[in-house]
Design a protein around this ligand. Structure first.
Ligand code: CDT
Length: 334
């Protein structure tokens, strides 16, 4: 049996602090136009797709900060509506990241999966928030995600995407956001629910602060970009492999404001861990492929048959302990 489906990772390039929503939305629609031409049925978009990565700035709490977030049903927010309407017109499902403000004034880094008929099938809130709460001194930039977002509280819920005609009760979808992709726990919880496609968006700087407070350890070179790209692929390839799933991975890339450079490398990875499609630019680009969802199953039935081989009774440390506790040091090594 084959369960063929055309899917895409939409990469979105430079967005500045003052880029209007309508310009971004037009660019996103151009990516949908291309997807429609190619017969693609699902397009994944990046983390916080509609704006620049605002957590890099110091923004006063209150109305000035809240301008960056959307309240209520994001598909009905006027400036974004043309994008969701175009996806529905084309019969394309989309997974897209945005900043969410709840009625209780909670702030989340969120992604929503909207099916081809415009139904909001699932909302996911980023679980692993990197960066800091308080600004670092003497660094050229920072990610203040711990300042501007709460940790996600919707767990990693896989769900069925109806109406694709691919059989098997519908494709099983999971969502992750950026830093989540680096943690095997998030993937395994989706894997245990049989996720066949994991949709991921990211904003990953080409350089990083090695240690808080030590700007001198700021790594910023061609080799750091290569390393950031390598780590991205490492996470996507290995985690897709041991969970026997596809992943659609979309970068917000380019140099926002002409200086905040983020890696590109949007990819589609198959259940063997192979990259089957990859972006060639660091701008707007549609990375697409035809995939066969049935190819998740030979490895699931053999090498990664979880029911046969996993040892959950031995994993107590993983759920009960958070940080590292080393064994006591040896006397003669002190
Ligand atoms: N957006 C996001 O989660 N980015 C992180 C890098 C953070 S550097 C403080 C990532 O894991 O790619």
């Amino acid at each position: 049996m084959t369960r063929l489906l055309k899917v895409a990772a939409a990469q979105v390039g430079r967005i500045d602090i003052d880029t209007p929503y309508k310009d971004v939305v037009q660019r996103m629609i151009a990516l949908l136009d291309e997807a429609h031409e190619k017969g693609v049925k699902l397009v994944n978009f990046p983390e916080l797709t509609f704006t620049t990565f605002f957590p890099r700035y110091i923004i006063p709490f209150g109305p000035e900060l809240d301008k960056w977030y959307q309240k209520g049903d994001v598909t009905k927010f006027d400036p974004f509506k043309p994008f969701f309407e175009k996806a529905k017109e084309y019969g394309i499902a989309v997974c897209v990241g945005y900043a969410e403000l709840t009625d209780e004034d909670e702030h989340y880094n969120t992604s929503v999966f909207v099916d081809q008929a415009g139904n909001n099938l699932n909302k996911y809130r980023k679980m692993f928030l990197p960066g800091d709460k308080e600004p670092l001194e003497n660094v050229p930039w920072q990610h203040l995600e711990k300042r501007y977002f709460l940790e996600g509280n919707l767990n990693w819920k896989a769900f069925r995407w109806p109406g694709t005609g691919t059989g098997h009760g519908g494709p099983i979808i999971g969502q992750l956001i950026c830093n989540d992709r680096r943690w095997p726990e998030s993937w395994k919880i989706l894997g245990l629910q049989g996720a066949e496609i994991v949709c991921i968006g990211y904003n990953t700087p080409v350089s990083n602060v090695a240690e808080p407070g030590k700007a001198s350890q700021m790594v910023n070179s061609d080799s750091s970009e290569a390393m950031a790209t390598f780590h991205n692929e490492l996470c996507l390839q290995y985690n897709s492999y041991h969970n026997c799933c596809y992943s659609l991975c979309s970068a917000r890339t380019g140099a926002d404001d002409g200086k905040y450079s983020m890696i590109a490398g949007s990819t589609i990875v198959d259940p063997q861990g192979l990259i089957i499609a990859k972006s060639k630019t660091n701008g707007d680009e549609l990375v697409w492929a035809e995939i066969d969802l049935d190819s998740c199953y030979p490895p699931r039935n053999r090498a990664f048959n979880f029911a046969r081989h996993r040892r959950p009774e031995e994993y107590k440390l993983i759920v009960e302990q958070k940080g590292v506790k080393e064994p006591a040091p040896l006397e003669d090594e002190m």
